[in-house]
Structure formats: structure tokens, C-alpha cells
Design a protein around this ligand. Structure first.
Ligand code: HGY
Ligand code: MN
Ligand code: MN
Length: 415
């Protein structure tokens, strides 16, 4: 029996589950603040687990807290097809970033149950711990450990702004599993995600067939000057770390624009010390986020940043340290998995286009250890990492239908 265009997921059930999950860790403006390893994250995990058990799945949990919900196949020795994303959110996140990919995977299980369809390969729905990298840097840390990029101990040692360690928080919320990370072998991995950019909506396309993911480089800069009175210190005597950050912010923007149209660069996180209205900042710590589809350009952006920032700090008389705190090379996804996504969009009659992912995703790391591809759906005004993030139910359904077809075709329906 092969998959046919009339095989679709239950759009209302998917949408209801997304809205139910959105009630956990609400933001202050209609989105979500369900940051990784908080009590809200634990509550979201518990709800996801209950739904998976209700759908007949057996649950796995590894030492990074990544959750695996398994639907058996007819051949228990066949490597499973994995499908998933992340349930943790930004502090001012949307309801769909990550959640659509996890609950879209669960909807596939639910729909297969409803249609009483069996597959040769088991199917495993996955919730990767700490994709966002906002509370604990870097992003995609659990999938990074799974792919052998980071060690477990290094990941456990990541600390948040209040000095709490990732490993301790994982244990505190009760989601530190026994299973070693990365021993699971995958037949393939698929991730559905909102685009988080404007291309699909602007072009009126339902589906993004993600062929590549752009690379990322996170540089943490520490500038040290001298705290002094904002009123009585003459301008020529000042060693103002805040001024250094302002000039480097401008430099980051110029470097990105210098590699238009595909380069991007910004500073998203900054701490000012002592952060007092009438003290010239003696120290600032901030993170630069550079991205581009080509590795050589990312390297060029970093070298221009280092050279330009050195001039800025020498001019002001500041000390400077630059540390890389995150990054990954541009990714090319598996051609067969990408083709399964493209064929699914065509079979279902959805408009689609190839796409390079602007954001990083767990799929970018898993692509190193298993054949991987992504499906994207549009989001309103391309807005994400903002509580106003919005998608339509139709877009969610279209993306999940394509995911459904790609996953089930790869898992092989059994008559
Ligand atoms: O930073 C990213 O691209 C992802 O949202 N964590
Ligand atoms: Mn995401
Ligand atoms: Mn995100």
C-alpha cells in the first residue's frame, strides 16, 4: 500500500494540541516564555509525554533530557524514522517555534493510529532539550551532544545568568534520563519548523523544501574600561566600555551589510556593569551573532570584526576578550530525504520552493549522524522570536501533511 494524496492529518486536533501546549509557560503578550529546564518546561514535557502514552507510544529519555516517543514498526530490527523538534521557547517566544515540529510528529502517530496503518520502520517523535540556547548557551546543545559535537560534561556545566548549571537543572526537573546520549541509530530524521523569515509568505508558497541551513558564529565580547562618575569625569578622561559596545554594534552591522544580500549580523545579548544611571560602564559583555550560507564568508566576517574591534578599543583605551560561544558550519541536507519532502509537497498539491534555513535547528546537528531533511511553513510577516509570532491553521496542516507523507513513505507502509 503506498501513501496517497488523500491521506492527511487531523488539522483541528493538531491545532488544539498546539493551543493547549501554548497555555504552559505563557508570555506577557500572547506568546510563550517556556525556557529550557524551568518548571514550565517540565510541565510542557509532562503534557507531551501524556499525549504520547495516550497514543500508545513507549517513552525513552536520555542523559540530556531529550524525549523519545516510539511507535512500533512491523520490523523491530529496522532503524526507526525520527521526527521532532523542541518544546523550549525564547523568553519572548512564539507558540509555534519548535512546538509545531514536535506536535506535528505526534499528530503523525495519532493519524496512523486512526487509519490503522502499520509501517515497517518504527517511528520516534523527539523533543530535543534546549534548542534555543537562550537560558543556557549555546543553541541546539542536546542535539549537539547527540551528534558528538559537545561532551555531556561540557553541556552539564553550562550555566545560566543566575549561575545555575544545566545538569543540575535537568536533574531538578526530573528529566535526566539513564540512556547514554547518541547511541540511538536513525534510519532518517525529519524536522518541521516555521520559516522564521519572510520568503514563503512573500512568494505565496505553502511549503519550504529545506535543502541547506546557513552557518552560525556566536562571539562573546568582554570590554573592560573604568567605572567613574557620569557627571564629574571630564570626557577626555573617560574609559567608557559602553561606548566601545556601541561602536562595535555599528561595526557588526557594517560587516554584515558588506556581505549583502545573504550575510546577517547583530548583537542580541548584553550585560552592562555596574548598570547604574550615573556610573560610566566599566565592563560590558555582549554576544555577536554572525550567519551566512558560506563558511568562508563567516570566517571573513569574524576576522573583520576582530580587526575593527581592536581599533575601536585601542582608540578608547579598553581591554577586550573575544570568545567563541557557539557555532556550526553551513549544512547540506540529505538529498533522498529532501526529495521525499519535495515529492510529498507535489503529491499533495502544495506550492513549494527550495529554501536555505536562516535559523539553526536540531536537524543541523542530526544531519551529521543520520540522513536528515526539514519541512518549513510560512509565518506571518516572517516574524519569530517575538510573542506576536503567528501562523495559520492551514499552513500548520500543510506542513504537517508534507511531514506525514515524507515520514511514512520513508518508514514504508506495510500492507
Ligand atoms: O538561533 C537559532 O537559529 C535557533 O532559533 N536556536
Ligand atoms: Mn526553533
Ligand atoms: Mn527559536
Amino acid at each position: 500500500m503506498s501513501i496517497t494524496s488523500n491521506m492527511k492529518i487531523n488539522s483541528d486536533r493538531l491545532w488544539d494540541s498546539i493551543m493547549e501546549m501554548a497555555k504552559i509557560g505563557p508570555g506577557i503578550a500572547g506568546g510563550n516564555n517556556r525556557q529550557t529546564l524551568t518548571d514550565d518546561d517540565a510541565a510542557g514535557r509532562a503534557l507531551f509525554q501524556q499525549w504520547c502514552v495516550d497514543a500508545g507510544c513507549s517513552m525513552g529519555l536520555d542523559q540530556m533530557g531529550t524525549m523519545f516517543a516510539r511507535r512500533e514498526g512491523t520490523d523491530p530490527t529496522a532503524l526507526p524514522v525520527y521526527v521532532g523538534s523542541h518544546l523550549d521557547t525564547q523568553p519572548t517566544g512564539g507558540k509555534y517555534d519548535g512546538v509545531l515540529g514536535v506536535l506535528g510528529g505526534l499528530e503523525i502517530i495519532r493519524q496512523l493510529n486512526d487509519m490503522n496503518i502499520k509501517t515497517k520502520h518504527p517511528i520516534v517523535v523527539t523533543n530535543w532539550t534546549n534548542e534555543e540556547g537562550t537560558r543556557f548557551a549555546p543553541a541546539m546543545v542536546a542535539s549537539g551532544v547527540f551528534a558528538g559535537i559537545h561532551t555531556l560534561d561540557w553541556a552539564y556545566d553550562r550555566t545560566d545568568a543566575s549561575g545555575l548549571k544545566l545538569g543540575d537543572e535537568l536533574k531538578r526537573i526530573g528529566y535526566c534520563g539513564e540512556e547514554p546520549v547518541g547511541e540511538r541509530k536513525m534510519h532518517a530524521f525529519f524536522e518541521l519548523h516555521i520559516e522564521q523569515g519572510p520568503i514563503l509568505e512573500n512568494e505565496g508558497k505553502d511549503i519550504g523544501v529545506v535543502t541547506h541551513g546557513q552557518g552560525l558564529n556566536w562571539l562573546q565580547v568582554t570590554l573592560t574600561g573604568r567605572e567613574s562618575h557620569t557627571g564629574s569625569t571630564p570626557m577626555p578622561m573617560r574609559v567608557n566600555a559602553g561606548l566601545g559596545m556601541a561602536r562595535i554594534t555599528e561595526l557588526v552591522n557594517e560587516i554584515a551589510l558588506g556581505h549583502a544580500p545573504n550575510a546577517v549580523g547583530a548583537i542580541g545579548h548584553c550585560d552592562v556593569f555596574p548598570n547604574s544611571r550615573n556610573i560610566i560602564p566599566g565592563k560590558v559583555v555582549f554576544t555577536i551573532d554572525f550567519r551566512h550560507p558560506e563558511k568562508a564568508i563567516i570566517a571573513d566576517m569574524e576576522s573583520k570584526l576582530r580587526a575593527g574591534a581592536q581599533k575601536i578599543v585601542d582608540d578608547i583605551g579598553l581591554g577586550m576578550e573575544i570568545e567563541q560561544v557557539g557555532g556550526f558550519d553551513p549544512v547540506e541536507f540529505d538529498k533522498d530525504c529532501v526529495s521525499a519532502v519535495r515529492k510529498a509537497a507535489e503529491r499533495l498539491g502544495y506550492s513549494h520552493r527550495d529554501l536555505v534555513s536562516g535559523a539553526g535547528h536540531d536537524a543541523c546537528w542530526i544531519n551529521r549522524v543520520a540522513p536528515t531533511a526539514m519541512v518549513m511553513c510560512p509565518c506571518v510577516d516572517g516574524l519569530s522570536h517575538n510573542e506576536a509570532e503567528e501562523i495559520s491553521q492551514e499552513w500548520a496542516a500543510a506542513g504537517t501533511n508534507v511531514l506525514f507523507h515524507a515520514v511514512v513513505e520513508t518508514a514504508e507502509i506495510v500492507e
